[in-house]
Design a binder for this molecule. Structure first.
Ligand code: SF4
Length: 440
């Protein structure tokens, strides 16, 4: 049962020392009750209070971590229903499925291709997180061989998919020492044996049921056997049913602190639309049937955008970037250090094949118009960035190009940068190549 802020306050030291970052113990207690801080932020809680507060301070969605050699995929630990309320913490793991009836060559080729796949999105490298091995053969030996093949092709975490404990047991034995996989899964008929396997091999366990009551009943029974790292599977590919299950489970866990459903959700979407929905609402593990780069790319980007903290813009390092080997005659283009803005401009300049110096000003990670409106991208700041660089000694003629959206700054910038020819560039990055070719 969750404790109220006042109940939590009574268990805190009540010294108001502020070391937790809050002015009073009561303020900290209120945040703790709202699941917005970790109990560990207070270094003075007694062991006795920690035990009493454990239930209340535990995240409403349990953190489940799948580990393998050098890789870790985490799901759970979420505290809000909507990203704008705070942030989402752990991106749903994207897993690619292989089936043990495929040929060894096909299994290795599929896993190797997915394992190598990297998307560079605004300076962040995005990859798939692991692989799900499904036992369609019904043969423990074949399944074990498929797991070994997967391990030869990739070190990323694995999900072992079968409801037959003897097959799962064979797969678990084929794993490398020290890794923790996810077993998929347990149902009403096999949960006791699956729980024992999960405990023996330190694996997480997914429970499978179309109805929430059965899911909750199974997680409680399995927890009673000592297995805490669980996931729940809505066992449906229907968009409506999946959305309903996921939303109710998440609401019950977050709003009612209903522990039996407070676990990451695993889904097996059958197409791109279902995968998109799963990432948006509220999957912790998403297993896709095929590895197709043109489908994986939008899923990775969508996931990245949803799981980026809206309060922390993605930034690039301010400074001067050289594009296409600029010489002294190349112009100086100015932009902000918001990552998407930077990459939009840099990609267009690079694609034009024309040389330029790109002066990236520190605008606290905001885009051009937002930064200008917030007073973080004005003539004074731009001039300071230019003067703080060695561009004046590198270029001749001294030409600086403002983004078209802040043309209003040109007069002021001329005053701030005497001797520089201030030009106004296009409003949109896509028009930069034409501008470089025709207007300079
Ligand atoms: S660190 Fe602990 S004792 Fe100090 S103010 Fe915060 S909650 Fe109170």
């Amino acid at each position: 049962m969750a404790l109220s802020g006042i109940q939590i306050y009574k268990l805190l030291p009540q010294t108001n020392c502020k070391e937790c970052g809050f002015p009073t113990c009561l303020a900290f207690a209120m945040k703790l009750a709202a699941k917005q801080v970790e109990l560990s932020a207070c270094p003075y809680v007694t062991e006795e209070s920690i035990a009493l507060l454990a239930e209340s301070s535990a995240p409403p969605i349990r953190l489940v971590s799948l580990k393998s050699d050098g890789y870790e995929t985490k799901a759970g630990n979420e505290v809000v229903l909507f990203r704008h309320e705070k942030t989402f913490y752990n991106k749903p793991g994207l897993f690619v499925k292989v089936v043990d009836t495929e040929s060894p060559e096909a299994i290795k080729a599929k896993i190797s291709a997915a394992d190598r796949y990297v998307v560079n999105y605004v300076g962040i490298e995005l990859t798939v997180d692991g692989f799900a091995i499904e036992a369609a053969s019904g043969d423990p030996e074949k399944f074990s061989a498929a797991v070994k093949l997967a391990r030869e092709a990739s070190k990323r975490p694995l999900i072992l998919v079968s409801r037959d404990p003897s097959i799962i047991s064979a797969g678990l034995k084929a794993l490398e020492a020290g890794e923790s996989a996810l077993i998929h899964g347990a149902d009403k008929s096999n949960w006791e044996v699956m729980a024992a396997l999960a405990q023996e091999h330190k694996a997480a366990l997914a429970v499978i049921s179309t109805d929430l009551e059965t899911s909750a009943d199974l997680t409680e029974k399995i927890r009673g056997k000592g297995v805490e790292d669980l996931a729940i599977d809505p066992d449906t590919t229907g968009l409506g049913a999946m959305l309903t299950f996921n939303t109710i489970a998440r609401r019950m866990a977050l709003k009612k602190n209903f522990k039996p459903l407070g676990f990451p959700i695993i889904v097996f979407p059958k197409d791109l639309v279902a995968a998109t929905q799963a990432i948006s609402k509220y999957a912790g593990f998403v297993v896709i049937d095929d590895f197709k780069p043109d489908e994986v790319y939008p899923l990775l980007v969508l996931r990245q955008n949803i799981y980026t903290d809206p309060q922390k813009p993605i930034q690039v390092q301010p400074g001067v970037y050289e594009i296409n080997n600029p010489n002294s005659e190349a112009p100086v283009l100015v932009t902000t250090n918001f990552s998407i803005t930077y990459f939009s401009v840099a990609n267009e300049v690079e694609g034009s094949g024309l040389p330029a110096w790109l002066m990236v000003c520190d605008a606290e990670g905001m885009s051009v118009l937002t930064a200008w409106a917030a007073g973080k991208f004005d003539a004074e700041r731009i001039a300071k960035s230019v003067k703080g660089s060695d561009l004046a000694s590198k270029v001749s003629p001294k030409r600086v190009v403002l983004p078209g959206h802040v043309a209003v700054l040109s007069g002021e910038l001329e005053e701030e940068l005497p001797g520089w020819d201030v030009r106004v560039g296009p409003r949109e990055a896509v028009d930069i190549p034409k501008f470089l070719k025709e207007a300079l």
